[in-house]
Ligand binder design. Sequence first.
Ligand code: GDP
Length: 348
Amino acid sequence: MGYTPASAVKKGLDSDELYCQRCFRLRHYNEIAPVSLTDDDFLRLLGQIRDANALIVYVIDIFDFNGSLIPGLHRFVGDNPVLLVGNKEDLLPRSLRRPKLRDWMRQQANQAGLRPIDTVLVSAKKNHQIDNLLDTIEKYRHGQDVYVVGVTNVGKSTLINQIIKQRTGVKDLITTSRFPGTTLDEIEIPLDDGHRLVDTPGIIHPHQMAHVLPAKDLKIVAPQKEIKPRTYQLDAGQTVFIGGVARFDYEKGPHAGFVTYFDNNLTLHRTKLTNADAFYKKHLGDLLTPPTVDEKDQFPPLEREEFRVNKKSDIVFEGLGWITVPAGTTVAAWVPKGVAALVRKAMI
Ligand code: GDP
């Protein structure tokens, strides 16, 4: 079971009710506690899903595709069809055509070994396309149960709550039970034909930015609004700092435009590559923030990874954003130890 915070114990003494943290979140926010992919109970649950006949609704954060991947998902789903749902659609520039984005999402899924039956883009927060998602679920579930899976932070709870609102018109309705043979909670939404849509615990992804940055800094780097791309005309030998959390070096290639996709409030700072190490040491916590001055000593060192780019690509700073880089260049990405940097086909 979860734990009971001291503040709740105090309050609990005054009222009759005393909840553990997990029950409280479950009851008040329709959220269930996350688990690790290696948790025995969770593996048992995945086994149940594999053996069931069900539609798997796989929720990803379209802004953090790689950080949304569940390692080995194709093994856990067995022969069940997977509907890929790209959430947080509201963060991407409106000028980006949605059919193109869905194609891109499908290609990325294929590369990860997954063949989704279809793709849907939604914004759980803005309540965009939730009707369409529910229709698409009906289309593919063929009278079976539906399991919703995803790593933490992709917006799965927000989505489940929208679905509950949409289906029942009741804001606080919640039906919960426990997966048979496990200690794990589930949220179960009844469907019209006696079948159910089941929320599963969010899976903790070990390489998320969320594990390196304090929660209040995460709020600064995690975009809340439509991202406004910022373009930099760079010469080889220039560096762009992304707050104090990441760094991009343009090593080799012609004078060219680089388009950055980060939260609009995150400050980018351009400097000379030869001076970049010293600049970081001197200005981490003030010009280059987050982290703040108080946090910078705890902040993990940035690690460098080099990329040779042959065709227009995105250099992804996992959980933070990306930079679109032209062909024929050599660049380096620096990210906090434990966070991934990678190259992928350009999204835009
Ligand atoms: P979970 O861990 O997958 O259940 O994720 P949550 O539902 O708790 O959401 C994680 C964060 O993403 C929260 O800060 C949400 O406000 C935010 N979020 C969820 N859905 C959306 C969305 O559609 N758009 C945007 N911009 N943010 C979202």
